[in-house]
Design a protein around this ligand. Structure first.
Ligand SMILES: C[S@@+](CC[C@H](N)C(=O)[O-])C[C@H]1O[C@@H](n2cnc3c(N)ncnc32)[C@H](O)[C@@H]1O
Length: 249
């Protein structure tokens, strides 16, 4: 089994403490661009697997959208509600699919950030993609962000996922080490999904125009001055830490 997000308070606390620097410089901006956030017709966004609510809050603050933020872990939803409430965010605990509070075709865009890698059962991943497809309106976009299966073992500025040189089977457990600002390390266990899994899952759920992005640091990146990425040549400049797969309903 991978990390037990649902029942482990220490995991929630550790993930809350993690400073998601490469994710917010490279990963989430690619998701927001893929979802066309900022376009006037994108008014409602589903954040599926919202965790402690960091990404939902950034979306609500930056864009004039309503966010429906859902997670399977009680503690995550508690943290999100307690620390990142916003008049345009609705946090919900999701105990099972379907998401009964969302009608067919009722959201304009949806994202799943670092959720598929938590799930070792491909059928459960397919069920999430199918449910997202149901709740999206025609033309709505779905973006899936995960760590990149082709850069396992690379030491990025705040994390390393998997062991260098090791070949992982589909769904196999993969150890992840997240550096925390306190100097300690949060150890998680993800599941390895080869890059082709993502377009296959989205296409299988009915999404069209499926594309993949692998952002690296470049001239247009907004690197916080003095941060761990503000160095001569961080790994993120040459090796893509993330894979972003986007499809259209
Ligand atoms: C690594 S955290 C990412 C949180 C957030 N998306 C972010 O990027 O900061 C993964 C989250 O996915 C949630 N999760 C895992 N499986 C889920 C499922 N089947 N349905 C909903 N949420 C799930 C976990 O509880 C956890 O909060």
């Amino acid at each position: 089994m991978g990390t037990n997000w649902k029942d482990t308070a220490a995991v929630a606390a550790g993930f809350e403490a993690y400073d998601d620097l490469p994710e917010r410089v490279l990963g989430y901006p690619a998701v927001f661009a893929g979802l066309r956030l900022g376009d006037p017709e994108v008014r409602t966004v589903l954040d599926y697997g919202c965790g402690p609510g960091k990404v939902s809050l950034r979306v609500a603050r930056r864009y004039d959208v309503d966010v429906v933020a859902v997670d399977i872990a009680t503690r995550m939803v508690e943290i999100a509600r307690a620390t990142r409430s916003h008049p345009r965010i609705q946090h919900r605990l999701v105990e099972r699919l379907p998401l009964q509070f969302l009608a067919d075709g009722s959201v304009d865009a949806a994202m799943c950030c670092y959720v598929f890698i938590n799930i070792g059962d491909l059928e459960r991943i397919r069920a999430i993609a199918a449910e997202v497809h149901r709740v999206l309106r025609p033309g709505g976009r779905f973006a899936v962000l995960d760590t990149n299966p082709d850069t396992v073992g690379v030491r990025f500025s705040t994390f390393v996922s998997g062991e260098a040189g090791r070949a992982y089977e589909p769904g196999q457990r993969r150890r992840v080490l997240l550096d925390l600002p306190t100097g300690s390390v949060l150890e998680l266990v993800d599941h390895h999904w080869p890059r082709q899994t993502y377009p296959d899952v989205l296409a299988g759920a009915g999404f069209r125009d499926v594309t993949t992005a692998e952002p690296v640091l470049g001239a247009g990146s907004h690197v916080p001055p003095g941060s761990l990425l503000d160095t001569d040549r961080p790994a993120e400049a040459d090796r893509p830490p993330f894979l972003v797969t986007t499809g259209v309903k």
